[in-house]
Design a protein around this ligand. Structure first.
Ligand code: GLY
Length: 350
């Protein structure tokens, strides 16, 4: 049999701009010589609808209902239909203005429409600024599985404006802090910075400073492993247990990540040589931000779901990325039954 090897290299560049003035500057410039539309949600429009209208009065805004429950193929199709009805073309632009759900749906729509049009992310939540908007992952949920249908394709530009953080409720800041602590569990310098500011984690001045540091850290990892083939998987630290908790316990993503980090730090102690003082500091940071002990959640329902995490290998085992020492983490693969039994034992000992 004859075969031809076709080598495809996909080189993408994403610009990340810090301290951007979205309504005064960025949006008018983006649409000054370009057609396109903005995608957002009801919550963002309630807060920023007037500013948006003043900034780009002639740009159409397609709005979805807010919340993870709407991160579905149906919402995606509504957006794609709206893009088609407005006759967006190959050279036109889609801008997502909102949190992680808006960014995920917008990114996926932009990557599918006409096999890909330019996409710009303007994240308005802390979680979207430090994590979801960076790295090009875009997806919707299906059949109760988070992010089951998705792509990895970089936005052209991500614009970060710290002033959006001033209108966020405390629960949203808490959720974003979950991903900030996850990055801190992967990077020693970030860990020191977060730990030494543990009295001011919710202050806007601290957040304005820590967001660019988190983004630089994540961008470095994505730049080295854009398609999640190795290094980038470290960014799933705490997430195997977190995803199951999020689906079963009604906590926000960030709260679930904080709980997941605590449980997986305890798993790490059982399987690896760890720095006990470091893990105690990390766990106490998580508990402080949560405002309650991860022991209080109903873990049994979560444990049943962990089996279906899409990161798991086909073998029926579970893979967790666990913190070990300052700036050091490890990958732990356990048979599902063992994972379940160990977490139940950890829960009763916490
Ligand atoms: N949030 C994990 C990643 O972007 O890879």
């Amino acid at each position: 049999m004859n075969a031809l090897e076709l080598k495809i290299e996909r080189r993408e560049t994403c610009r990340i701009c810090f301290f951007a003035d979205i309504f005064g500057n960025v949006l008018p410039a983006l649409f000054s010589d370009r057609r396109g539309m903005i995608f957002s949600d009801g919550n963002v429009l309630r807060l920023y609808g007037d500013a948006l209208k003043k900034s780009v009065p002639n740009v159409y805004v397609h709005t979805m209902s807010e919340g993870e429950a709407h991160k579905t193929p149906e919402t995606l199709l509504e957006l794609l239909r709206s893009m088609a009805e407005r006759e967006l073309g190959r050279g036109d632009l889609l801008v997502a203005l909102g949190g992680g759900v808006v960014g995920d749906l917008g990114g996926l729509a932009a990557s599918l429409y006409m096999r890909g049009i330019d996409f710009v992310q303007i994240p308005t939540t802390l979680l979207a600024q430090v994590d979801a908007s960076v790295g090009g992952k875009a997806a919707v949920d299906l059949c109760g599985v988070k992010n089951l249908i998705g792509t990895i394709r970089q936005p052209k530009t991500v614009y970060l404006d710290p002033s959006f953080l001033s209108t966020l409720p405390r629960a949203e800041i808490k959720s974003g802090l979950g991903e900030i602590v996850k990055h801190a569990a992967l990077d020693g310098a970030l860990f020191d910075e977060v730990l030494s500011n543990r009295g001011s984690l919710f202050d806007l001045a601290f957040l304005a400073r820590i967001v660019p540091q988190n983004v630089r850290f994540k961008a470095e990892i994505v730049g080295r492993d854009p398609f999640d083939l190795g290094l980038r998987r470290g960014l799933n630290l705490g997430h195997t247990t977190a995803h199951a908790i999020e689906l079963s316990c009604g906590l926000s993503h960030g709260e679930s990540v904080l709980c997941g980090i605590v449980y997986e730090a305890e798993l790490a102690k059982r399987h690896f040589a760890c720095d006990g003082k470091y893990l105690a500091d990390l766990e106490s940071l998580c508990t402080q931000i949560l405002g309650f002990s991860p022991k209080e959640i109903d873990l049994s329902a979560a444990l049943r779901l962990a089996r279906f995490d899409k990161k798991n290998p086909a073998s029926g085992s579970v893979v967790c990325i666990v913190p070990q020492r300052r700036g050091t983490y490890a990958s732990l693969e356990l048979p599902f039954e063992q994972y379940q039994a160990e977490l139940a034992a950890i829960e009763s000992a916490l």
